[in-house]
Design a protein around this ligand. Structure first.
Ligand SMILES: Nc1ncnc2c1ncn2[C@@H]1O[C@H](COP(=O)(O)OP(=O)(O)OP(=O)(O)O)[C@@H](O)[C@H]1O
Length: 334
């Protein structure tokens, strides 16, 4: 990691071009991006103003880049009153980080699994936005699978929504918009706001009428996959739970980051399990808190399909065959 000490003068914020658009995370983060982000921090800006105002610091002693993310620039601010974690994005306004903060706050409020406490979101002068949150010292490893499974289930169990399925605001999954209008029926929500939304996106951006048409046949069949489930309770979901968003603090306790929260069927949380590395210990611990529902295995790929479609829409054709395989599996199409 490149560590850059920062002078604390007060020149105006200088907006630069957005640095990158890759997702998911790769280790190929550009040094230039980091240098530019840190250079941009050198001086008076809303982040510094908040940290040195409501944040309670009188001096920022060092700003250094944090690796791992791709969509945003991540920075560690060390001060005389503690350390802050900051993400900036030079392309989008505060709505994306407001939704991230609302998700973190909702998860934090369950007092179940550790998430960073969001502190401040705002616009950057000119263009872009930032989020400041609690800095968590991450441990070397990801922590115990069983503890993660148990605490995640506790979060799902502790949460409740009087407005049904959805969230107070739309958010993003990767960089794809994720609509969350409140809906009383889970199956209708998943059909319309998750699968049909992604299928329409694929049709629009790739002119992929084939996947849209075959996918629609699956969408029509979804109610039959839920006939054995008597009651679906809206649970607060992290929404994007893959290995890049799972860590552990220095005591080894699980930490989950960078959510795309909404209230949904708890099983939808496992939609990214194909790149989350959940093992038997994770699932056993989870199901001890929230028992497995009838038909769980039959729905597993349905929930994965949402994220495969999103990867297809974000990264292109290499994910198309995985999407089609799932669609065919449910529709018996050749
Ligand atoms: N509160 C925090 N305290 C310390 N480190 C953090 C914190 N939040 C995130 N990190 C670290 O910073 C990295 C980047 O954060 P994050 O995943 O939120 O960035 P992002 O650019 O929004 O990610 P993505 O590209 O996946 O959307 C994480 O992988 C994690 O290692």
């Amino acid at each position: 990691m490149v560590i850059v000490a920062v002078a604390l003068g007060c020149p105006a914020w200088t907006p630069g071009r957005h640095e990158l658009k890759a997702w998911p995370k790769s280790k190929s983060g550009s040094c230039e991006r980091r240098r530019r982000a840190v250079r941009t921090m050198m001086g008076s800006d809303p982040i510094r103003d908040w940290i040195c105002g409501q944040g309670g610091a009188s001096k920022i002693t060092r700003i250094s880049p944090v690796g791992g993310g791709c969509i945003n620039t991540a920075l560690r601010y060390e001060t005389d009153s503690g350390t802050f974690f900051v993400k900036t994005n030079r392309d989008v306004g505060p709505a994306m980080f407001e939704a991230e903060a609302a998700g973190l706050e909702a998860m934090f409020a369950t007092s179940t699994i550790r998430v960073p406490r969001p502190l401040k979101v705002g616009p950057l002068p000119g263009r872009g936005s930032y989020i400041i949150m609690e800095f968590i010292n991450m441990g070397a490893s990801r922590g115990g699978q069983a503890e993660l499974g148990r605490q995640l289930a506790e979060m799902h169990k502790a949460s409740s929504s009087e407005r049904g399925f959805g969230f107070d605001m739309d958010n993003t999954i990767g960089s794809t918009p994720q609509p969350n209008p409140w809906t009383s029926d889970w199956v209708a929500f998943f059909q319309e706001q998750r699968l049909r939304y992604q299928l329409q996106l694929a049709e629009k951006q790739y002119r992929d009428y084939d996947i849209a048409e075959k996918g629609q046949r699956l969408v029509d069949k979804i109610p039959s996959l839920f006939r054995d489930v008597s009651d679906i309770r809206p649970c607060l979901l992290h929404g994007d739970l893959w290995s890049g968003n799972i860590a552990a603090d220095e005591r080894g306790a699980p930490v989950i980051l960078d959510p795309a929260c909404y209230y949904g069927h708890n099983e939808a949380e496992f939609g990214m399990s194909w790149c989350a590395g959940f093992g038997a210990g994770f699932y056993n611990a989870y199901f001890e808190v929230i028992p497995k529902q009838p038909g769980f295995e039959q729905r597993r790929d349905l929930y994965r399909l949402y994220h495969y479609l999103n990867h297809y829409n974000l990264f292109g054709s290499s994910y198309r065959s995985s999407c089609m395989a799932i669609i065919k599996q449910y529709t018996n199409l050749a």
